[in-house]
Every structure is written in C-alpha cells, then in structure tokens.
Unconditional design. Structure first.
Length: 386
C-alpha cells in the first residue's frame, strides 16, 4: 500500500538522510542497517514496504534536496556514490517539498497545511499519510493553551492565541485525516485538546524526541543500576554537537526543552533523580557529528563508592533517519488497523514518550514486539484504503 511520509523540516539533515536512505535501500544500494522494522520480531505484512513510501514535506529553507544531500556528503554523513546513484529520484521528490505556509492568521496557516496534505495524498493515490516532525526544537511555551477540550482549542484559534508550530502541524494533520509523529521534544500533539481531536478524526499519533545517542545508553544503563540495587549518587553528561540542530540548541529556551526531555529516563527508571545535570554545547566545527561524555557515581555494598564513564561518538542524522522510517511505517500500519490516539507502544523510539510507559529499553522493546506480533494478518485482496 502506497504510504506518504510528510516531513516537517524536509530540507534538513535528518529528513534528507531519511529520503536518500529509503531510495538507496529500495534500489539495493544499501542494507537497512538501523531500521528495527527489518528485524525478524517486527517484520509484519501490515507494514508498508520501503518501496511503497512516497515523500513530501514543508520547510522554510529553499535549498534543493540534491544540494543538501551533497553537503551531507561533504560532512561525511552520506556516501558520495549513493547520492550520485539516487540523485534523479531525489530530484523527483523536489516538487512535493513546499515552502512552509504562513497565512495571514493562524487558522489560515493550519488550513493551508491541511490542504497540502490532502493534495499530496490525492495526487499520489496514497492509502494514508504520516506527518513526521523533524524540524528544529521549539522552546517550551510558558503555558500551553487549550488544556480543556476541543472546544477550547477552537476558541484559541478564534482569538489567535499562538499555538507552537509543532501543535499547528498536529492540528492540521488530524483534520486532514493523517497520523502524526513528533521526533523532536516540541509540544506537538501533547495538548489535551489535540488528543481529543485525534480521537474525533480516528488517527493515531506518537512522540516525542527521538532516542538516538546518550539517552539511548541511559535507558540501558539506568535499569541495570536499579535491578542490581546500586545507588546512583550523581549522573552528569556533556553533549557536543554542531550542524543546524546544534545551532538551534545554542538558544537557551530550545536547550532547556531538550535537556528536560533527556532527563526524564533517569527519574522514571531509578525512581529518584540523582545529582547532576545534562549540558548541551554547540561546536560548529564538528558538523552533524555529536559526542556525549557521561560521568556516573554510585554506591555499592557497605557504601563502596564507584564510578562509570562512557563516551558516545555518533552521526546524528545517520542514527535518526532509520528511526524516522520505522516510526512512519509502524504508525501507518496502526492507522490502517483503525487505531487512534497516542501509541505508547512506540516508547522504544523516544526520550520522552507519551503516556505511562516503562523507560528501560529492554521493556520497551518487549512491549513493541508484543504489540506488532499481536496484529492480525492482512486479508488478501482487502481494500487498504477503506
């Protein structure tokens, strides 16, 4: 079944790496390394195939996709041979990447986003569309509007109280009958009124903040300390990154949103929050690469004081892109089965998952596998667009 992936921030590093990666894998130019939906426990005929994915999106940038891909080659993110081989297909995606709408009113902007989504779905004959937010991290709003219900959200729009851009996209996606995934720590669909809107339109959503590096390790190590009854006294980390995401996180308000997302796993897994903090610093020279260094101090039997250190060097876009493809495929399959509202089973992918969920990676993996394996097998000949 042909499935659309509408990328918010479609000309950014993560989005372009996702598109190039999907094109390369479908052309047998690369293996789907990093795509967990290609592992045996998650293979299911309900998932749309990589060859059935159609890409589009919005961005405020006007840089051509092929030009962005070449810049990622120069940065060491993408292989030159792969980009050269898929350049024509990448250029063919260009007409479906539009400038982000900016209407005279917030309501008009949301309506234009929804219209672009419907047009994309109809022009390509898509069974469904998943909107994935991979744009820059937003600041945490001082207060969230529309905490009550969908009627309150309509009042917010009428009186032009400003919704964060990610919430506008979630609103537009739901009204257009599309599912929504927030790969950033932004507000997205977290407003209660938007949850009601998703239920009204029968669409699922997931988020937030893709778990790709330091927090991935925290979700493995924190349960180890808890299960061995070792007292974590402090846990501090320093993250260094460049690129567009690093430049965004150099702003204190965006930095605060990211740090808050990264800290949740310790509090939820250990049952307490140890001393220490997470720091994110912008280092332009390292580009799309990132380094995280963590120092953990802990106590053992009879108060023995010990420590653990780790260093993580990774390429952010290469780590994130396969997860974007996984999330789109899983969310589309959930939508096809009539599921709506939040998808807590996708907590495996996120630093700050929606709902009351386990935060240890092993438990999240078990829940994800059990969820997918319980799906019914598609009926041969069934109209998937129904």
């Amino acid at each position: 079944m042909r499935t659309g992936i509408w990328l918010v921030g479609a000309r950014g590093s993560v989005a372009v790496t996702s598109i190039v990666g999907a094109l390369a894998v479908r052309a047998s130019l690369a293996d789907p390394i990093g795509c967990v939906t290609e592992l045996p426990p998650l293979r299911h005929p309900a998932l749309p195939a990589l060859s059935d994915l159609v890409f589009g999106g919005h961005d405020v940038s006007c840089v051509a996709l092929v030009k962005k891909a070449h810049s990622l080659v120069a940065a060491g993110v993408l292989p030159a041979a792969v980009v050269a081989a898929v350049a024509d297909e990448l250029a063919a995606v260009e007409p479906d990447v539009r400038h982000a709408p900016d209407g005279p009113t917030q309501h008009d902007t949301i309506a234009r986003i929804a219209a672009d989504l419907v047009d994309f779905r109809e022009r390509h004959g898509l069974a469904r569309v998943v909107v994935v937010n991979v744009s820059s991290t937003e600041a945490i709003p001082p207060d969230h509007p529309a905490h009550a219900d969908a009627a309150a959200l309509a009042a917010v729009l009428h009186h032009e109280q400003v919704l964060p851009p990610s919430a506008r996209y979630a609103y537009a996606a739901f009204t257009a009958g599309c599912s929504y995934v927030d790969f950033t720590p932004s507000t997205g669909a977290r407003l209660p009124a938007l949850d009601q809107l998703a239920a009204r339109h029968g669409v699922p959503y997931a988020g937030s903040d893709g778990k790709t590096g330091e927090t991935l390790l925290k979700s493995v190590l924190a349960p180890m300390f808890a299960m061995r009854n070792l007292q974590v006294r402090s846990w501090s980390g320093t993250n260094l990154l460049g690129g567009g995401d690093g430049a965004t996180l150099a702003r204190p308000e965006a930095n605060a949103a990211k740090v808050a997302s990264k800290q949740r796993v310790l509090r939820e897994t250990l049952g307490y929050e140890p001393e220490g903090h997470t720091r994110i610093d912008y280092v332009p020279d390292i580009g799309d690469l990132k380094t995280a260094w963590d120092l953990i101090t802990f106590s053992g039997f009879l108060g023995s004081r010990m420590r653990l250190e780790f260093t993580w060097h990774g390429c952010d876009s290469a780590l994130a892109a396969p997860l974007v493809l996984d999330l789109a495929r899983l969310t589309a399959a959930a939508h096809a089965q009539g599921l709506s509202g939040p998808l807590p089973e996708l907590a495996f992918f996120f630093k700050d998952p929606i709902g009351q969920v386990p935060h240890g990676l092993a438990e999240q993996w078990r829940d994800l596998c059990e969820w997918v394996q319980a799906w019914p097998q598609p009926v041969e000949g069934r109209d998937e667009t129904a």
